[in-house]
Structure formats: structure tokens, C-alpha cells
Write a protein that binds this ligand. Sequence first.
Ligand code: UDX
Ligand code: ADP
Length: 475
Amino acid sequence: MKDVKRICCIGAGYVGGPTSCVIAKNCPHLQVVVVDSNQDRIDQWNSDCLPIYEPGLDVIVKECRGKNLFFSVDVTGEIEASDLIFISVNTPTKTFGIGEGEAADLKNLDFVCRLIANNAKSSKIVVEKSTVPVKAAELVNRILKANQKPGITFQVLSNPEFLAEGTAINDLSDPDRILIGGEESDMGREAVTKLTQIYQNWVEPKKIITTNLWSAELSKLTANAFLAQRISSINAISAICEATGADVREVEKAVGTDTRIGDKFLRAGVGFGGSCFQKDVLNLVYLAKSMHLYEVAEYWNQVILFNNYQKKRFAQRIIECLCFTITDKVLTIFGFAFKANTGDTRESPAIYICRDLLKEGAQLHIYDPKVSPKQIMNDLRSVLPEQRDSLDKLVTIHEDPYKAANNSHAIVICTDWSEFQNYDYQQMYDQMEKPACVFDGRLVLNHEKLTSIGFHVETIGKKLKRDALVSKVAS
Ligand code: UDX
Ligand code: ADP
């Protein structure tokens, strides 16, 4: 097997882009070329305005681009030229046909594998980086082997990515672990060693775990399913807190100090979003069903059902608290991204909360530090097809949070951007309709201070103070 000198990464998205950048930074002896069929995306990667926002990414791109890091649309040319190919194309949930709403749509993966088989003029290591269902490597192998030319061999590895958006550069630079699954054969082990050697340029050997292909694929789904399950679990407790008077932040702390449980990923909120959690849990549900493990499927599906309930519950609480009449009321939405430090809105809870508020006739003023107005409107149109034409009248996107709050009845926090903590809420309060409310879906604000300003504050995981509001409304 040839030494790896040139790497190609197919798919210049949230996974492929940052991963390739960190490899290029840590392996100056390797040429890394990121390819994508989307010309606009590649043009952005080659400009000063990168297509994704990720803290620290621009610095690495500046340092390496043009030296050992390149962005190109020449997918076939780079397949031919490289020794190792990462596949990082998107694999969204299927929206039609068998497995609709659960199984991953593997059409991009399938397409790329055929492209590799047809354009490879030498043997390659092909690495699945995208999150894929268990046994996807079998599909990759089958397509490659069925189309391979004489004298050319392919070794398929599974090397799932565990980076989280917003902290991608840290996660990639100092990972908890690197997981590499390969075929249990001499060639398979050699390919695993080649990929291991690349990571060893910056990752301690003890953090590199090697497994068989199926274990690597299933571990990625399992890790995301466990994380999603923790969030749904604490969110379920948040509903009990609201009904009983317990405070979910206190419960999180008390429970999280048990070292067996740990304190990470225990923050209650409006529900999880992002491109991975829902997709991966649904993948697991589909996998279980396809093996007739219906109880297993039902168990994991509940994580998703609960997440949907949490988003709906929050929207209903806003509507209820505003006396069930939000028609024509102006509500200010702070945060549209699915989490802080990203401009990504895929499966963002804000989309569904805004949908439910718009359905009740509310007017929305939306502010997010990183999400573009076009993206926000596209997301809202996709969940409200029947209101597509009237949305422009109901939704205003603001660049200034203070202007967004002007004349509104309530501020709704949907994303945990830290800048929301530093605003002058007295100034906002003075410009708002009274009674002015804050609905903190991420528990990021200083509730006592807001209350002392005069706001009526409602948060996830704390008892409703309905009486207080009713008396305010009455007065
Ligand atoms: C996730 C996994 O963390 C990562 O390992 C995998 O590679 C991809 O999927 P990501 O979706 O980018 O990463 O973000 P993450 O930080 O996991 O947050 C997912 C969602 O859960 C966000 O909406 C976030 O706000 C929410 N969340 C997270 C909570 O509601 N509470 C928490 O305690 C943690
Ligand atoms: P992820 O979060 O998994 O990285 P993204 O949607 O951000 O997903 O990125 C996936 C990228 O893969 C997109 O830029 C898309 O254009 C690219 N892609 C999808 N199919 C192909 C293909 N057949 N050839 C090249 N690039 C592709």
C-alpha cells in the first residue's frame, strides 16, 4: 500500500471543511484538497467570507490555504490524484419512499462511491466520515468492488467525526478520541495503520481507538443517541420542575455531581437541534425496526417524541402566559441558530417555536448574531407552506437587538448566545409594551435582575408564576 501523501475530502460542509483544515494544519507534509460539487461553496472557501462560521476556523484557513490546503470543484481530478479519500457528503433523513422520516438518504454517498470507482486510476483508502447508518460501509464496499478496475483495490474505513459545531476546531485539535474501524484483514489493518499515522501527528496514540467497521459505525450513532437521550431526560425533569416548584438548574447540579452521571450535557432547554441528533436517533430507530427489534425502536423514538413535545410545550407556555391572545402581538425572538457560536439552523428549535407562534397570529421580530435573514425566512417558509406569502408581513429580521425589542410584548430566548446576557434590559424594558415578558428557553439570563426591572419572567424548569402575571395584566 502506497504512503499517503495527498488527501482529498469530498464534501466541503460543516464536517469536511473544519476536519480538512485541522489535518492540513497539523500535517504540513500532506497535501489536503477539499472538493465539493457546489461551486458557490468552494468560491466562499476560497474567499475571506467562509461558508460556515466556526470560531478559529478563519485563522487556520489563512495559515494553510494555498500552501497545503486547497478548495476545488474538480471532484474527479482529485479522486484520481489522491491516496486517501474522506467522504463527508450530507446524509439527511429520507423525506420519501421506504424509511421516509427515519432512514438516512444515502444518494450522495452512493453517487460519490461510483465516482470514486469510475475515476480511480490507482488503489485508494476510502474513509467514511459522514454519519451513516450501520452497515453503510458494506454499501460503499459493494459499489466500489463491483465497479473497480483491474489492479486497483479499495480499502474502506469508518472514521466517524465527533466534532460539535461551535467548538469544532477545539474538538478536532484536542479530541476525546479518534475512532477508526476497518476490515479484519491484512489490507484492512494496513489501511487502519495509515490513517492512524495521520492522526498521530497531533493526537496521542492512546486516544486512537481501532475497531471493526460495524462497531465504529454503531458507536457514532450510539454516542449521539446517548447525548440526545440525556437532553430529553433532563428536559422531562424540567416539566416536573415547572409543575412542582423544583428548580431544574439545582437538580442538574445535584445530579451532575454524581461522577457516574457527570455534569455535561445536562442542561435543560427548549430541546435539542442540529443536523445530527435527530437524524442519528431516527437512524437507530430505523435500524432496530428493520431487525424487528420493535421495543428497541420504540425506546429510542421516545427521545425524539419528547424533544418535539419540549419545543411545543415552550411555545404553548408563551401563548398561555400571554393570556392565549398573541394575534398581532409583537414577540421578539433572540437566537435562531440551533446553538450558540454557529450560524447553522438545521433542526433548530427556534424554527418550530416561531412556527407555533406565527400560527397563532403573532408578529415576530427576530435577531440572531450569525444567521442570515435569507436563511431565517427559508426555514420559516419550509415549516409554514400555507403562510408562505404572508410571512414577509409577519416577520421582521433585525440586525440590532434593541430595535428588535422595540414595542414588543415579550422577548423569547431560543439560543444560548452569551451576548444575550450582556444587554441593557432596562433600556429594552422602557421601549416595550407592558406588561413586558421574558421567556428564557435556555436559562441564560439573570432572572432576578429582570424581575427587579419589572419584567415578568418565565423560564424552562421553574414553576410558573401565573398569579403574578395575572395581577399585572389586571393592573
Ligand atoms: C452533536 C454531537 O455533540 C457531536 O459529537 C456530533 O459529532 C454531532 O452532533 P452538534 O449537533 O454540533 O454536535 O452540537 P451539540 O453541542 O451536541 O448540541 C446539540 C443540541 O443539543 C443543541 O441544540 C444544543 O443547544 C442542545 N443541548 C446541548 C442542550 O439542549 N443541552 C445540553 O446540555 C447540551
Ligand atoms: P455536514 O454537516 O454533514 O458536513 P453539509 O451539508 O454541511 O453536511 O455538507 C455536505 C457537503 O457535501 C455539501 O457542501 C454538499 O454540496 C456536498 N456534496 C453532496 N453531494 C456531493 C457530491 N456528489 N459531490 C461533491 N460534493 C457533494
